[in-house]
Ligand binder design. Structure first.
Ligand SMILES: Nc1ncnc2c1ncn2[C@@H]1O[C@H](COP(=O)(O)OP(=O)(O)OP(=O)(O)O)[C@@H](O)[C@H]1O
Length: 369
């Protein structure tokens, strides 16, 4: 069973460059945590500090209550899976998987039992005698996973382990990962910049930008009630439209166009009258129609992109662009269309702090699902 991880005022600098100014979080024992964020935000650095491959500049990392800042990597009870798998090319699958165990003098029958189970989980029985170059990318990735799980560590750290796989293999690899976690219950720390992976694998997600935590919560909360504009726009594809609006007399004004809010929002916004608000709406919550709809706005179609089943329709709404998802195919660029945000799906943000203003009480139960 996995153990707790705590970041307590952790700071990391590479020479004079500050990568992580001050980071605090706690991972529950046996939890699957995803470190998510754009390229260069510091995800791998965080993982490498947990693994003991990087020093902490200031603050403490505690594993199961013990400060590990000065504990060497090999003594941290950690297994790590790398993006490039890091397999030994001259060794067979079996030798790759057992190498670390033999080096640590684990008894032979114990090694056999562990390997048997690991090969079963990653579905590689029969491949024991192949060398890495005789395997597909997906199979190599599974060898790396098997090698990590036979170590029977309390912490499993994964640095973008699926990024070299195609979309189909990623789906089956995610299933293997969940299987492994169910069987062994390690504390998982999983680095990715792929929001689908984060949403499907994470029990919690920590979303990072420029070395700072933007939100630390469940995938559902991150999607349904993003703490700030960054979170709102990082998750979801196409991203949430967030545009400036002025609030007055129960209405949102987008330039000269107005949109009447429901009573629950009017009550909620009583202190915001005549203020500018950032108005957020996800594409799937922006209705679009060629014919007039009550309380709708008018937008001009800028361009259309196919999303598979749906089409992303990008529209100009005064000075801003918004995007709606539609199953209908034959939208024409340049045409005026009616768009209407769904009242129960609005997200409003402060224009200065860019923080979420919250939701009317009548709506919060929906977001707590
Ligand atoms: N050894 C190093 N020396 C100096 N700067 C470094 C070093 N390692 C990483 N950095 C810098 O630290 C920042 C964070 O890097 P890190 O690899 O943690 O990002 P990341 O979020 O994992 O990115 P990616 O998703 O692209 O792998 C980057 O700006 C990077 O250039």
């Amino acid at each position: 069973m996995g153990k707790e991880i705590v970041f307590d005022n952790v700071r990391k600098k590479y020479k004079d460059i500050e990568i992580i100014p001050n980071m605090n979080f706690r991972v529950e024992p046996g939890e699957r945590l995803i470190l998510l964020g754009p390229s260069g935000c510091g995800k791998s650095t965080i993982l490498r500090m947990i693994a003991g491959f990087e020093f902490v500049t200031e603050g403490e990392i505690r594993l199961d209550g013990q400060v590990v800042n000065d504990v060497p990597s090999g003594k941290r009870n950690i297994a790590m899976v790398f993006q490039n798998y890091a397999l030994y090319p001259h060794m067979t699958v079996l030798q790759n998987i057992t190498y670390g165990l033999k080096a640590n003098k684990v008894p032979l029958t114990e090694i056999e039992n562990r390997v048997d189970l690991a090969l079963d989980i990653v579905e590689l029985k029969g491949y024991e005698n192949r060398k890495p170059h005789e395997l597909s990318g997906g199979q190599r990735q599974r060898v790396a996973l098997a090698r990590a799980i036979v170590k029977k560590c309390e912490y499993l750290l994964l640095d973008e382990p699926l990024s070299n796989l195609d979309a189909k293999l990623r789906v089956s690899a995610r299933k293997h990962l969940l299987n492994i976690h169910e069987k062994f219950g390690q504390t998982f720390i999983y680095v990715t910049h792929d929001q689908i992976e984060a949403m499907t694998l994470g029990q919690k997600i920590v979303l990072i930008n420029e070395g700072e935590i933007q939100m630390f919560d469940t995938p559902e909360h991150i999607y349904n009630r993003p703490a700030n504009v960054f979170t709102a726009q990082f998750i979801g594809s196409p991203p949430m439209s967030v545009i400036e609006a002025r609030y007055e007399n129960g209405k949102m004004y987008f330039g000269n166009q107005e949109y009447q809010l429901d009573q629950q929002w009017v009550d909620f916004l009583k202190n915001y009258t005549k203020k500018t608000i950032l108005f957020g709406i996800r594409p799937e919550h922006l209705e679009i129609s060629v014919s007039y709809m009550d309380n709708s706005l008018v937008g001009v179609v800028n361009y259309i992109e196919t999303q598979g089943k749906d089409y992303g329709v990008y529209l100009q709404l005064n000075n801003h662009e918004v995007v709606a998802l539609s199953e209908r195919k034959n939208w024409t660029v340049g045409g005026e269309k009616y768009i209407r945000p769904m009242q129960t799906e609005l997200h409003l943000f402060d224009p200065d702090s860019r923080l979420n203003l919250g939701y009317p009480e009548t709506m919060t139960s929906r977001y707590d699902r």
